[in-house]
Ligand binder design. Sequence first.
Ligand code: AMP
Ligand code: MG
Length: 490
Amino acid sequence: MQSTKHIGWNFDNSYTKLSKSMFSFVKPQAVQAPKLCVFNNQLAKKMGLNMAEVSEDEIALWFSGNALIEGANPIAQAYAGHQFGHFTMLGDGRAILLGEHITPIGNRLDIQLKGAGQTPYSRRGDGRATLRAMLREYLISEAMFGLKIPTSRSLAVVTSGEEVYREDVHEGAILTRIASSHIRVGTFEFVSNFLSIEDLQRFTKYVIERHYPEIQYRECPPLEFLKVVMSRQIDLVVNWMRVGFIHGVMNTDNMSVAGETFDYGPCAFMNIYHPQTVFSSIDTGGRYAFGNQPRITHWNLSCLAGALLPIIHDDKATAIAMAQDVLKEFSILFEKRWTEMMGLKLGFNVSAMSSEVAELIHELLTWMEDHQADYTNTFLVLQSGSKDFSGIYSNSVFIQWVSKWHYLLNQKEILLENAVICMQTYNPQFIPRNYFFEQALDDVCYQQDFKLLNQLLQVMENPYTMNPEFDFLQQLPETDDKDYKTYCGT
Ligand code: AMP
Ligand code: MG
């Protein structure tokens, strides 16, 4: 094999040194005709990869798994998880971790091929993925990065030249996913339920050293780990709620302990504000509805706490009491950070937060819900600084609310123009509107037309900047996505 060192690949596969029960060595299954569909040059550069001399065909060989990059040592990771509340054994059934690449500035990144063939955890699945689902993850994960929300990233989509059978026949593809790790709440549930306490100790130490080295010398690192994961996940979900993101399938196996958004399946973006908004076809009970995401985060953290109990304290009752002390802070912490975030969306800096601002936020949300206002656009209307409101915004209750908002800003000695500057960094001008990105995916999959996809990718690189050329991408669907349904990525 030709050396790939000059390109900048620098693998160090620490996960393969863990207990052998944690993973299986498995090679990607070669595909018939790999062809590069999308490649993320900016991300490659950030990873320290110099791809200038590499042909598209060679890139397609690497990111389909047909050729192995020097230093890679592919594995499928074992994990378990609570899916819609039910505990089950899982694992990478259609994803293969090539290894961990160390970037020039020392960041450790998982390089994973999604759709790379069957593994010992595939159960009855084919280990493959459709082009549409992989492009969807590429687009949304990159949009989330543009929105400044922690996320896994997408380096490439390669079509396989093979058919994938779902309800219909689809073109197959492989996505190269980059993440700070793929360690999930469900990975802890797997180790705690099926391996030894020593394995749980070793694994927790490994994860702390990898993600949170600052807590390794504290008195009870597993408890500190629970605290820090709680804090990261609160920040993450608050960020989702800032832009109207609905993850759609917050099972414990889809929640990263590093606090990154990942496992993009039936996710979507909310248009009209309503806390019960759900698009996922399988979420009939609304478990993962927009406004239920905080409650589910807490529920998932309780699962993490349960998995960590044996190493928090030898005495079970003491361990439970210690974990409960951490978890009982959740609601206060979430409410505080959510209120601060919503305050920033209205131009109140954190030091200006007060119960009146909190009340103002709730009044605005109630108005949006009552008047079926678009979540993103309502903040943009306010941020425009205009006092001349039209359409639903000419409503007297809204105008009264605006007066109260101005009064409170004034009381906090915040000039409207300064509030607007603050708001511009929290309120995106662009979110990926569901029906536009679905249209973009159709265009690629059925017409080989990349125009809309590329426009969306381009605009989502700087979603906080006005860009009149792309204003059409924010038009609302006439039906407000009433019949829009999303499906688990397959
Ligand atoms: P997800 O819905 O992506 O969180 O996946 C749930 C579980 O199903 C994970 O263990 C996946 O690895 C597995 N899975 C999903 N799709 C496939 C597939 N096509 N082949 C094998 N396993 C799959
Ligand atoms: Mg998953």
